[in-house]
Design a protein around this ligand. Sequence first.
Ligand SMILES: [Zn+2]
Ligand SMILES: [Zn+2]
Length: 337
Amino acid sequence: MKAAVCDVFGKPLTIREVPTPSPGPGELLIRVHGCGVCHSDLHLVDGDWAAWGTPLPIIPGHEVTGIVEEIGDGVTAFAPGDRAGVPWMQYACGRCAPCKAGAEMLCAAQRSTGVTVNGGYAELVSAPEAFVHKIPDGLDLVEAAPLLCAGITVFAPLRRAGNLAGKTVAVAGIGGLGHLGVRMASAMGAHVVAIVRGPGKAELARSLGAHDVIESEKEKIGPALTKMGGADVILLTGISARLFEQCIPGLGPNGTLVILAAIAENASVLPAGLLTGQKRIVGSLVGTRDDMDAMLRFCADHGIRSMVERHPLSAVNDVLGKLRDGRVRLRAVLTPD
Ligand SMILES: [Zn+2]
Ligand SMILES: [Zn+2]
């Protein structure tokens, strides 16, 4: 099969023929229809996250959708022809403290698609059926691919926040994650405030269902949110320590700011500002398998899809370059050549 392979960190991927995986017991072989290109993939191919123990060569890609082509011995939940999605998580031990506490995405023994085992920058991918998700019929396979990572990332903290009807949810950053956050929070009944930067983003946010828009170049985020009564939830999707700092004062009493972007620089927080309103700053990492199934059904029911640019697999290096330069509008998805 054809695949885009990372042979050396920091070098372009090589498009070449590699052996087609054969599904072992409990595994599926899936013909890839779409594989989202995520910011994490840049970190992976650049070698920033070598500490994760990525074995080279590796086929990246962890937002994979396709059709089951073959099933291994003992597979019961899937049959050839089924619509399937492969996310980050391909294995969790079930024995460690986070696994037992229902937070399997924090399992230290986890195997990750496109990071420690081969992913979806290929014509075919294999994965254990227990960690593969059925893609509902109402979702287009290519538009659904980014839901497996970007979609679950914004859905899980919204679901955890409980009933959002009438609550104020601010989504900071309208990109691959944020545009889905606006759609989902609005479908959950929240009053959605989009915090945007850059041309065209305010109109885009409104068209996605935002009720209010704060343009961070024109007004201060904290006071603007406070004037609206303060945010109950802020989803921070922009990779910016400044954006993080500017959002905190906009939290309402008992409000929660959820960090969804890997911001790798220091930021300053005034602890007393959190104390008085019992405000929280938390991180959230993808979600559980149950969150994933709920998210996929929710998106199918509410017509929520990722807005994507489609590119052939053979153009992967150009797509990674575009993403690095900030020239991908919302989400790029690789499709078979
Ligand atoms: Zn991702
Ligand atoms: Zn575990």
